[in-house]
Design a protein around this ligand. Sequence first.
Ligand code: DSN
Length: 442
Amino acid sequence: MTDRIFSLIDQEKQRQTEMVGLIPSENNTSPEVSRVLSSCLSNKYSEGYAGRRYYEGNEIIDEIESLAVERVKSLFGVAYANVQPYSGSPANLAIYFALMDPGDTILGLKLAHGGHLTHGHPKVTASGTFYTSVQYGVDESARIDFDEVRSLARKHKPKVIVAGNTAYPFELDFKTFRDIADEVGAWLVADISHVTGLVIGGQHSSPVPHADVIMSTTHKTFRGPRGAMILVTERGVKKDSKLPQKIDSAIIPGLQGGPHNATTAAIAIAAEEATKPEYKQYTKRIRANATALAESLLSAGIQLVGGGTQTHLMVLDFSSIRPELGSQIAIALNAAGIYANKNTVPTEQGSPFYPSGVRIGTPLVTTRGMGVVQMHQIADWIARVVEWVATGSTLPEEKQQRASFLNDYRAHTAADTTLQAVRQEVKEVATQFPLFSWEEIG
Ligand code: DSN
C-alpha cells in the first residue's frame, strides 16, 4: 500500500507547479541538491568535526564535510566556515553564544522595520531574553537610520551589532556598520541570509571585508538545502584567533547534536553550482525581475515601502487603503494562485498577525525561468486582487471575531469567480515554467 504521504507530496508538487511563489525566502533547489538530500547520508551520526568525531564510521562523512567547508570558504573568501547549523535561527543563537555572556547587549533591527526575530526581538525570543536587547529602526525613507544606530551604540555599548534583516528592500551599508562597531568595540555580525546569492553574484555589496562573523541560511537566494552556515572573516580571526574554535564549540557541544549530513553534502553541491557563470546570470535576473516587478506595481498604484527595491524583495504597503489589510490580501492572492506572506510595514498600526503589508520577491520565479514579461503579468494579477480585496469586506474590530473572520474569508476567496479567473490565468503561465531551470530567459 502506498503511504498517503506520497500522494500529499504529489499534491504539493502540483501546487508549486501551478502557482506563482513570491515568498522571497523560498526557492527551488536543483535536481542534484534534491538527490543528495534524499541519500543514505542522513542515516549517519557524526557529532564532532572532521577527524575528531564521537562515533566510528565517519571516514566518508569527514571527506564530505571538509569538501563543503572548503567550497564555502573559497566561494566567499573567508578564513573559516561551519556548515553544521540546522538553520538560521540556531546559527544566530550559536554566534551569540560564542560572542556574548548572558545579559550582554545586542543591537539589531526592529522586527516591524524589516528585522528578524533572532536579532534581539524583545520578550518573546531567546535572543531578546538571554541578552539585553536594543533595537534600531529605519527613517522616513525606510532606510536604516544610521544616526540612531550610532547613538544607541554609543549609549548602550553593545557587545554585538547585527547588520541583517528579513524584510528590508535596500542594500546594506556594511562599511558604516563597521565604523560604528569599531567606535564602540562591538563585534559586527552580518546576517545575509536573504541576499547571499546576490552577494556571490556581485549584485549586492559584500560583508566579507567588514564583518567579523557572517551567517547565512542556505535555502534562500543561495538555492541550496534548508540549513545554514557560519563564516568567520580574516578580520574576525585577526581580532580573535580563537573565534573559529568558539563558533565550533557553540554549535557542538553548545547547542546541537549530530549534523544533518545529507544537508552538508547538499550545501557542497549548491556551493559548487554557485561558482558557475549561469548562477551569476541567475542573480542578475533576480535583480532585473525585482526591478521590473516593482516598477509595474508602482505604475498600477500600489505603494511600496521606501518606494522600491535594491534587492530581490519588496514590501507592498496597503496602510493608506486600510491598516491591517495585509492578512486579507495574502489570503486573496493565494486563492488567485499567487502565494506571498503578510508582513508589517515600518509605520505599522496593526500587528505581525494583522499587518498592513505583504512581502514579495523574485528568487523562486527567476529559478523557474520567468523574466520581465512575466513580472509585468504578475503585477497586473496582484493589482486585480488588491482591487477586489480593497472594495470588499473588512476585518472586524473585535479581536475574538478576527480568527473566524480570516477562516471564513479564506473560504470566501476560494469560492470567488473573479479570483478563480485570475487563478486560471496564473496556472496557464506557471505551468509553462518548470520548477528548476538553468535556462536564460530574456
Ligand atoms: N522565515 C524567513 C523569511 O521568510 O525571511 C526568515 O527566517
